[in-house]
Design a protein around this ligand. Structure first.
Ligand code: SF4
Length: 495
């Protein structure tokens, strides 16, 4: 393990980074899937080396906070044996491979992406030279699931789609937008390896941009997508320039940036539609999405959830990029029993608790740019409001420590943006509160310069006005978007 003075800003398991509450260590969990022995080993590790707190990240990694000492070589070895630590220390910090947490069980999925995740992870493990790439280099596989990762940023995204002329499912390649390239499943890993290898060549010629390893987006900005793909094709040994090779250009010809999600009939829960109980493609079985407020869980909860997954399912937990987790493969007849067991752990699967759709960036405990302690402020607000009001539909509340908005890229219902407020002779932390989707990247500004100790009462006001004056089936964002600001002010005054 590195000494404290050498700690990097992007943590891995072998190299923690410094946060305000201690050393932060991050475990890559490819595809977010953990088995029972892995969960037990992580819980033991946390008990031994930290204050007992874990956090699921928005790339479905697991973070151990507050690490108090170096992990012994024997423990590293055990973690490697369990598949929790990279075989090569160098590749440990490469970003987690993302796929839908419902891969292989989602009723809408076209193809099970888990073997591809495994194959790409095996490739990374055996190519330590790729550690020269930016640690933010990220690959995602979308199998067409309803619980889709398509709206999450990945440098390379492969999206399954049914072909009109071929019964096989193939993947569409996205590089910050649709390239129009269709790749058969059997050739995905070869194409990824060629994409990574050309990116590596670029990195070797341009080792630093603004003091950091170049991102794939820098390459795309320098070369353009077309010449990058030309170089990639030259690296593919099976490519011969014939039209029947893996690089088939589809009819589509334009970049679209991040893909739109599936039609969002569940407009209220959007990124949280995996919460609660859902039937699987395997008849007679369901999965349950469990809320972890801001992704946090204690070591004993992890141990207990793993035990429940063994008792009721097939012994796996699936971490989600929305910082929750799923237990899958539960016989429908045992769902009620499992729900009661989950409640005994102090957890729930409801979408209509204020902590269900709560999002916060690292905030001042983990980020130098933060104006506020987003995570503590968010949890304190939820605790206060839970005693004041009940909500009957999901509301997405996002705390961002500054305007960069790392934790959520699109406005949905409410966004609180951290600022510094002049208060007499003092500067104190606070928030501007936005809602809806119009007027700014965060929606419309509803309250300005709210100090941290006033957030809960302002949010209480906003939520009560929404509950009182909304139309049936109207989300909070929609309610704000269609309400005149004078009318809102009038309602806030009356409340
Ligand atoms: S949104 Fe700002 S404060 Fe939050 S993690 Fe990103 S840069 Fe840091």
């Amino acid at each position: 393990m590195l000494g404290l003075s050498e700690l990097p800003t992007c943590p891995g398991l072998f190299s923690g980074s410094r946060a305000r509450d201690g050393i932060l260590s991050r475990m890559r969990i490819p595809g977010g899937i953990l088995n029972v022995p892995q969960c037990r080993a992580i819980a033991n590790l946390v008990d031994r080396y930290s204050s007992g707190c874990l956090q699921v990240t928005n790339r479905a990694n697991l973070q151990i906070r507050d690490l108090n000492s170096a992990i012994s070589p024997a423990v590293w070895h055990d973690l490697q044996e369990l598949g929790l630590a990279s075989r090569h220390v160098e590749v440990d910090a490469i970003r987690n491979i993302m796929t839908s947490p419902t891969a292989g069980i989602d009723r809408q999925s076209l193809l099970d992406t888990r073997p591809l995740v495994q194959a790409w992870d095996d490739y990374l493990q055996t190519h330590p030279e790729l550690s020269e790439l930016s640690p933010k280099f990220s690959v995602g596989f979308d199998g067409g699931e309803l619980v889709s990762i398509r709206t999450i940023r990945n440098d390379i995204l492969l999206v399954a789609e049914r072909q009109t002329t071929d019964p096989e499912i193939a993947f569409r390649l996205h590089l910050n937008g649709d390239t129009g390239i269709i790749i058969p499943e059997s050739q995905c890993i070869s194409v990824l390896s060629a994409l990574a290898s050309v990116y590596l060549e670029y990195t070797q010629n341009k080792p630093r941009i603004e003091g950091k390893k170049p991102r794939l987006r820098h390459l795309l900005a320098d070369w353009g997508v077309e010449s990058y793909l030309e170089k990639v094709q030259q690296n593919l040994s099976f490519f011969s320039g014939r039209e029947d090779t893996c690089f088939t250009k589809s009819e589509f010809d334009g970049g679209v940036g991040i893909l739109p999600a599936h039609s969002l009939s569940e407009k209220f829960i959007r990124n949280h539609q995996h919460l609660g109980i859902h039937p699987q493609q395997q008849s007679g079985f369901s999965y349950i999405g469990i809320v972890l407020p801001l992704g946090r869980l204690k070591s004993e909860q992890l141990r207990d959830l793993a035990n429940l997954s063994q008792t009721f399912g097939r012994g796996t937990l699936r971490l989600t990029p929305w910082q929750n987790l799923l237990i899958s493969d539960i016989p429908n007849s045992r769902i009620c029993e499992l729900e009661k067991s989950i409640a005994r752990l102090g957890l729930h699967s409801s979408t209509t608790n204020l902590d269900s759709c709560l999002v916060a960036c690292a905030g001042s405990t983990g980020c130098a740019s933060a104006m506020t302690d987003t995570q503590s402020n968010a949890l304190a607000m939820v605790k206060y409001l839970a005693e004041k009001l009940q909500i009957d539909r999901p509301i997405n509340i996002h705390f961002s420590g500054c305007e960069k908005s790392c934790a959520q890229h699109s406005p949905i219902d409410i966004t609180l943006v951290g600022i510094q407020i002049k208060h007499g002779n003092e500067i104190i932390p606070g928030y501007d509160i936005y809602a809806g989707k119009t007027d700014s990247p965060f929606g419309r500004q509803i309250f300005q310069g709210v100090s941290v100790d006033q957030i809960s009462s302002y949010m209480n006001k906003l939520l009560r006005v929404y509950q009182r004056w909304r139309s049936p089936d109207e989300s909070l964002g929609e309610f704000i978007d269609r309400s005149a600001i004078d009318k809102l002010k009038q309602w806030f005054k009356k409340d």
